[in-house]
Design a binder for this molecule. Structure first.
Ligand code: HEM
Length: 493
C-alpha cells in the first residue's frame, strides 16, 4: 500500500514538474521576440541604464534577473494595448508587499472589479467644485511660500526648493483631502512631512534589497523596524484627523450629514465623502480604510506635484528666454499686482505657463515608470505575445523621448504644446498621467495646483540656479526628483 502511495506521489510530482517546465519553456519561447541584455545580477532600471538599453534594444525590451523578468515597452502602440485594457489593470504583487502595511487596501493598488468599484466611489471627490476650493487653498499657500522666499532673498540665502515644494504640495493636498491646512510650510520639520518622506525612502530601499522581501526578515531588520516606527507616525496622524472629523460631523448633524450634503456628492471633500459612504453602510468602509485612503491620496498627490514643480523651475532656470516669456505672460494678465489670487476661471488664459508645465512633464515625468501585472497572454501583434505572469513596465521617460513623436526630444520647447503647434500624433505618446481606465484621478486638479504655485513665484521673482555649473541628476525613486535637491537664487521683480 505504501508503495502505491509513494508511486502516486512520484507521478504527481513528475506531472507537476513537467507542467512547470513546459510553462516556463513556453514563457521563454514567447519572450524570445523581445531583445535585452544577458541575465543580470541585479534588476537595474535606473534611468540612465534604461536609456542605454533602449538605444541598444529598442521599443520592446526584456530584462531578466532570475527569478524576475520584466518587459519594458516604449512605443505608443504597445503602451496603448496595455493602458487601454480593462483587463490588464492590476499592479504587480511587489506593490502589495511594499504598500499594504502603510496604505492598507486603498484604491492605489486595488485589483480587478474591486478596483473599479472603489474608483467609482472616490471620483466625486475630484469634482470641479472641489478643484475650485483647492485652487483657493493653493493661492493661500502660495502666498505663504512667496513670503518665505522673500525672506530668504532678503537674507541672501539660496533656498533648496524641492523640500519647500514638498511642503506646499502637502499643504494643498491636505486641503483637498481633509478640507483644512495642517501648516506644513510653517514648519520645515513638520512631523507628517518628514514621516511621509522617510516612508517612501524606506520602501524604495526595500525594493533594492531583495533579501528583505520576506516579511519576517523585513520585520526583524533595522530598516524594517525603522519603517514600522515611521509608519506608526503616519497612521496615528491621520487616525486622529479622521476621529476628529467624525466627532465634528456628529456634533453638527446629530450623527449624520445633512440631507442636502448627502445629495450633493460633488460638494464633499475626500474625507467627508468616505465618512458619508461609511454612514450609508456602503462598501463595508471602516475607519482604518478611510485612514488608508487619505494616506494614499496624500502620497499620490504631493510627491508628483512637488516633483513637477521642481523640474519646471529647473527648466525655466536653464532656459532663461522661456522664463522671460512667462514673465511677460504673467505681467500681461496681472499687471503690477503680484499678490492677488489667481481665479480658477483665469487659469486657462495662462497658455504659455500651461505649455511649460506640459513640456516639463514630458521631459521629467513625475512618475517615470509604472508597472502592470500581465496575468494572461497579451498579443502585441501576430508575432509578439507577452506571456501571462510577466510584469510590464511602461515608461514615459522613454516614450516621451521618441523623436518620431517629439522632434528634438531632449530640448525644452514649451511651444510644441501650444494649440497651434501641437499635433497629437498618437493619443498614447504623451502619458505623464498614465491613460485609460487606470489613469491618474488627480489629472484635472494637478495642473490647477501647479499653475497657481508657479504663477505666484514667477510674478514675484526672477529665478536662477544657485550653482549653474553643478550637474543636476534625475533619480527615479517612487517619483522623479533631483538627486541632491535644487538650490535656487531669487531676485525680486
Ligand atoms: C503632476 C501631478 C501628477 C502626476 C504627474 C500624476 C501621475 C500619475 C500616474 C502616472 C499615475 C498612474 C500610476 C500607476 O498606474 O501606477 C497616477 C495615479 C494616481 N494619481 Fe496621480 N499624478 C499627479 C497628481 C495627482 C494628484 C494631485 C492626486 C490626488 C490628490 C493624484 C492621485 C492619484 C491616484 C489616487 C492614483 C492611483 C489611481 C489608480 O490606481 O487608479 N495624482 N498619477
Amino acid at each position: 500500500m505504501h508503495a502505491v502511495y509513494l508511486l502516486s506521489i512520484i507521478l504527481s510530482a513528475a506531472v507537476f514538474g513537467y507542467a512547470v517546465l513546459k510553462k516556463k519553456s513556453r514563457k521563454l519561447q514567447l519572450l524570445k521576440t523581445f531583445s535585452g541584455p544577458k541575465i543580470l545580477p541585479i534588476v537595474d532600471v535606473r534611468l540612465k541604464t534604461l536609456t542605454d538599453y533602449h538605444r541598444q534594444y529598442g521599443n520592446r525590451m526584456v530584462i531578466t534577473c532570475s527569478p524576475v523578468t520584466l518587459v519594458i515597452l516604449s512605443h505608443p502602440d504597445d503602451v496603448e494595448k496595455i493602458l487601454s485594457s480593462r483587463e490588464h489593470i492590476n499592479k504587480p504583487s511587489i506593490y502589495d508587499m511594499l504598500f499594504t502595511p502603510w496604505l492598507g487596501s486603498s484604491m492605489f493598488y486595488a485589483k480587478g472589479q474591486k478596483y473599479f468599484n472603489m474608483r467609482k466611489m472616490i471620483l466625486p471627490a475630484m469634482s470641479s467644485k472641489i478643484i475650485e476650493r483647492t485652487a483657493f487653498a493653493a493661492n493661500q499657500h502660495s502666498r505663504t511660500l512667496v513670503n518665505i522666499l522673500k525672506d530668504r532673498e532678503l537674507k541672501g540665502i539660496s533656498p533648496e526648493i524641492h523640500w519647500l515644494f514638498i511642503l506646499i504640495s502637502l499643504d494643498i493636498t491636505f486641503d483637498f483631502s481633509i478640507g483644512k491646512s495642517m501648516g506644513c510650510l510653517q514648519n520645515l520639520e513638520h512631523e507628517y512631512a518628514v514621516a511621509i518622506h522617510n516612508e517612501t525612502m524606506h520602501l524604495f530601499e526595500r525594493i533594492f534589497t531583495p533579501w528583505l522581501w520576506p516579511e519576517f526578515l523585513w520585520k526583524i531588520s533595522p530598516l524594517g523596524r525603522r519603517e514600522k516606527t515611521n509608519r506608526n507616525i503616519l497612521h496615528a496622524y491621520i487616525d486622529k484627523i479622521v476621529q476628529n472629523r467624525k466627532k465634528e460631523i456628529a456634533a453638527q448633524n446629530a450623527g449624520s450629514m445633512e440631507e442636502t450634503q448627502l445629495k450633493e456628492k460633488g460638494h464633499l471633500n475626500f474625507i467627508d465623502l468616505l465618512i458619508r459612504e461609511q454612514q450609508r453602510g456602503q462598501y463595508g468602509i471602516t475607519d482604518k480604510y478611510i485612514r488608508d485612503e487619505i494616506n494614499a491620496s496624500m502620497f499620490a498627490g504631493h510627491e508628483t506635484v512637488s516633483s513637477c514643480l521642481t523640474w519646471t523651475i529647473y527648466l525655466l532656470c536653464t532656459n532663461p528666454e522661456a522664463q522671460t516669456k512667462l514673465h511677460l505672460e504673467l505681467d500681461e494678465a496681472f499687471g503690477s499686482d503680484k499678490n492677488r489670487d489667481l481665479q480658477f476661471s483665469e487659469l486657462s488664459q495662462l497658455k504659455f505657463l500651461d505649455c511649460c508645465i506640459k513640456e516639463s512633464l514630458r521631459l521629467y515625468p513625475s512618475g517615470p515608470m509604472y508597472v502592470r501585472a500581465i496575468e494572461k497572454d497579451l498579443e502585441l501583434d501576430k508575432d509578439t505575445t507577452i506571456p501571462g505572469g510577466i510584469n510590464v513596465i511602461i515608461t514615459p521617460w522613454l516614450t516621451h523621448r521618441l523623436p518620431e513623436f517629439f522632434p528634438e526630444p531632449d530640448k525644452f520647447i514649451p511651444d510644441r504644446f501650444s494649440p497651434e503647434n501641437y499635433n497629437q500624433k498618437h493619443p498614447f505618446a504623451y502619458i505623464p498621467f498614465s491613460a485609460g481606465p487606470r489613469n491618474c484621478i488627480g489629472q484635472k486638479m494637478a495642473p490647477v495646483m501647479l499653475k497657481i504655485v508657479l504663477a505666484h513665484i514667477f510674478r514675484n521673482f526672477l529665478v536662477e540656479l544657485a550653482n549653474p555649473e553643478a550637474k543636476v541628476n534625475p533619480v527615479a525613486n517612487v517619483v522623479l526628483f533631483p538627486e541632491n535637491g535644487l538650490q535656487i537664487r531669487l531676485k525680486l521683480r
